[in-house]
Write a protein that binds this ligand. Structure first.
Ligand SMILES: *Cc1c(COP(=O)(O)O)cnc(C)c1O
Length: 348
């Protein structure tokens, strides 16, 4: 395999910076199952404050944070509704059904963008013993498989208003909420307080090696803490992991704008070489999806051709290729990706 000069496979690939490792090494720790890890507690309190919630719960993965959130709201046999391309229905391996007995229905969308009619066409309540009752609407922001789409606060508020009176809860899969916040300028708490529970990842664009946080009411987080232990997610002296998250909050949030700018730069260059493969206006954050079918290529062939030039990307469909910018891809890496992609597109 050629040497990789730009690894755009995923924003989960980041390695902790030297400064982050130093912060981790210095962390004060204790047994978090007994609630005695001061750094974990500091992280949970800080993220809860940022998102406008009472309490937080540190989890090893975003999937666990989401799954704890879902089960708090949905009793076995009841229903959650989500976007067709949502991470909770496509990429958590059926966990909502396997662990919590949750049934799911999904709405279609363009690039994952939330339109209130999507969930509201599905939400079903007051149907007694005849049909499954909807207990939860899940919103993903930014939308991963949609290509980093930022959700509109107005659309979220409209769904919130419509579901609140029906007793239907809302969960936000905010794995990349940091990107949405930086791109839109909407305060994290303005997004957060529209939801009963929120999950955020520290290990994507923020560059921590591991960790997510679930946010909600103090009662909800106490219940989630019990289920986290039941799932095998009760961890001990993990303050050194929480310290990575705290360091990321101090140093790696505002810089997400650099990732967004580089992704946009790449998309503009590709559109210049082949206007059909990407509309730069659809690149809102750190993710670019190219439709290489528009120039007669298969995704697998494009991915292979870029890999030969040291640029790693990901085929997300037969003709769709995803590229994700992050902390470990700089201007030089972006230039290499531009050179490789435009050369392959020009030849097609
Ligand atoms: C990455 C991601 C998650 C969590 O994934 P883990 O690998 O379990 O940490 C959840 N939702 C979205 C949208 C994601 O992109």
């Amino acid at each position: 395999m050629p040497q990789i000069v730009a690894d755009l496979l995923s924003d989960t690939l980041t390695r902790p910076t030297t400064a982050m490792r130093e912060a981790m090494a210095r962390a004060d720790v204790g047994d978090d199952v007994f609630g005695e890890d001061p750094t974990v507690r500091a992280l949970e309190e800080r993220v809860a404050g940022l998102l406008g919630h009472e309490a937080g719960l540190f989890t090893p993965t975003g999937s666990m944070a989401n799954q704890l959130g879902l089960r708090l709201h949905v009793a076995p046999g009841r229903e959650m509704v989500a976007d067709q391309q949502a991470h909770v229905v496509r990429a958590e391996l059926g966990a909502a059904a396997a662990f919590s007995g949750i049934t799911s229905r999904t709405w279609p969308s363009v690039r994952g963008r939330l339109e209130p009619a999507g969930p509201m066409s599905l939400v079903t309540t007051g149907v007694g013993p005849y049909q499954v009752e909807t207990a939860l609407v899940v919103v993903e922001n930014t939308h991963n498989f949609g290509g980093g789409t930022v959700q509109s606060l107005d659309a979220i508020r409209e769904v919130r208003t419509a579901t609140r009176d029906l007793g239907v809860a809302m969960h936000l899969d905010g794995a990349r909420l940091w990107n949405a916040h930086v791109a839109s300028g909407v305060a994290l708490a303005d997004y957060g307080t529209e939801f009963d529970t929120v999950s955020v990842c520290l290990s994507k664009g923020l560059g921590a090696p591991v960790g997510s946080v679930l946010l909600g009411s103090a009662d909800a987080m106490a219940e989630a803490r019990v289920w986290r232990k039941r799932y095998g997610g009760g961890m001990r002296q993990v303050g050194f992991l929480a310290a990575a998250g705290l360091h990321a909050l101090d140093h790696h949030v505002e810089r997400l704008a650099d990732d967004h700018e580089r992704a946009a730069r790449f998309a503009r260059a590709c559109a210049e070489a082949a206007p059909e493969v990407v509309d730069p206006a659809t690149v809102e954050t750190n993710i670019v999806v190219l439709d290489v079918g528009a120039v007669g290529l298969r995704a697998a062939a494009f991915v292979e051709a870029l890999l030969e030039r040291g640029v790693r990307t990901y085929a997300v469909g037969p003709t769709a290729v995803r590229l994700v910018w992050h902390l470990d891809v700089d201007d030089a890496g972006t230039a290499a990706a531009v050179d490789a992609a435009t050369a392959v597109l020009a030849r097609a």
